[in-house]
Design a protein around this ligand. Structure first.
Ligand SMILES: [Cu+2]
Length: 127
């Protein structure tokens, strides 16, 4: 019973965090995600328990970039709502062409345990 309550509280906290994260970017989808586009750049995002390997990842506006996700420890995934991007250990790469400069939050897309809500990073799109 106690476990259920903790889980519920965590889920609620997550929703609150997700809601907060969204007002920094107006709407979703300032990027084109297309696996057929040839990427001219690449970033690799690695996840362990419970963090990503870098606090931020830099890409360039208008330049197709292949985003590769690597699960190094535990079971995680990434979701970047502002760039229409979601990857995990099954679908682990996509080509994204960011159309707007700015900061886009990365969160873990898998409820992985006690450190889940602290798994955040960002993709910075430069002009
Ligand atoms: Cu995680």
């Amino acid at each position: 019973m106690k476990k259920t309550i903790v889980l519920l509280l965590s889920a609620m906290l997550l929703l609150v965090l997700a809601a907060c994260g969204q007002d920094s970017e107006s709407g979703s989808g300032s990027a084109i995600t297309d696996p057929e586009v040839a990427a001219s750049d690449e970033i690799v995002i690695k996840a362990t328990n419970y963090e990503f390997d870098q606090p931020e990842y830099h890409v360039k506006k208008g330049v197709p970039v292949r985003v590769v996700y690597e699960n190094e420890e535990g079971n995680h995934g990434i979701i970047v709502p502002g760039l229409n991007l979601q990857l995990d250990s099954k679908k682990n790469s996509a080509v994204v062409t960011p159309e707007e400069a700015g900061e886009f939050e990365i969160a873990c897309s898998v409820f992985c345990g006690s450190g889940h809500s602290s798994m955040v990073s960002k993709i910075i799109v430069e002009e």
